[in-house]
Design a protein around this ligand. Structure first.
Ligand code: ZN
Ligand code: ZN
Length: 231
């Protein structure tokens, strides 16, 4: 019995059945591929039609022109959706393989340890991350983290070997990081607090000298000499 292979509704159509020409058949197959890629394909009304399409056409396989037109009307949006789906799965695939690489070898992702970015724009140029290749470079960063009291950095990288884990950073980020650590060290330098202590002591001595010698003994003294003698 001749039937419409693209029929979706339950009721029979009054319109006559058309026989399927090779060009129609080609388009039906092309469109069924496109529909299969659609996000909502499994729930679409065409999912049953497509799974019931014959492998080889027989004389009984026909279509209603309206059914054919509806079936082949794969809109631009659904094509876009199909593309989106394929890129999403591609993305997911690349993500999971990326995570696999990370967990298998323990190698860190290729981003800057210090700014968290892959590329950094500096003086109008894009700077890529570089690997940490020497122990000295590693030590300088770790020491800087200690000086800066960068707990997050120390918690994350304090116990790992930069070279084996392929820690990466922008060289400009590293020098900025080391520089700010230097500034902190400069500020907290022990001899700078010694200097503060000694000036306080000198000031106290001066006060004592003034009160005992100048005020109590009523001796005139020029300040510059007094300061000079005490210091
Ligand atoms: Zn039909
Ligand atoms: Zn950076």
């Amino acid at each position: 019995m001749r039937r419409c292979i693209l029929h979706t509704g339950s009721g029979d159509k009054v319109e006559p059945l058309d026989s399927i020409k090779p060009c129609h058949w080609q388009k039906i197959q092309k469109c069924s591929q496109a529909r299969k890629r659609q996000l909502q394909f499994s729930t679409s009304k065409y999912s049953a039609v497509i799974s019931n399409l014959p492998e080889v056409l027989t004389a009984n396989d026909c279509f209603h022109m309206t059914c054919y037109k509806n079936f082949t009307a794969v809109t631009a949006t659904t094509k876009k959706e199909a593309e989106k789906k394929s890129t999403t799965t591609l993305h997911l695939r690349s993500c999971s393989s990326f995570q696999k690489v990370t967990s298998n070898t323990g190698v860190l992702p290729r981003v800057c340890t210090l700014c968290g970015k892959k590329q950094r724009r500096r003086d109008g140029k894009l700077e890529d991350v570089g690997a940490c290749e020497t122990d000295t470079a590693e030590m300088s960063i770790k020491e800087a983290a200690v000086a800066l009291k960068d707990d997050a950095m120390l918690a994350k990288f304090g116990n790992i070997n930069f070279c084996t884990k392929e820690v990466k950073y922008h060289h400009s980020c590293r020098s900025a990081y080391l520089k700010s650590a230097d500034r902190v060290r400069q500020r907290d330098r022990p001899d700078s607090s010694d200097w503060k202590k000694s000036t306080t002591v000198a000031f106290q001595n001066l006060c004592m000298y003034i009160s005992s010698s100048v005020i109590e003994n009523k001796t005139a003294e020029t300040l510059s000499i007094g300061v000079f003698q005490i210091l």
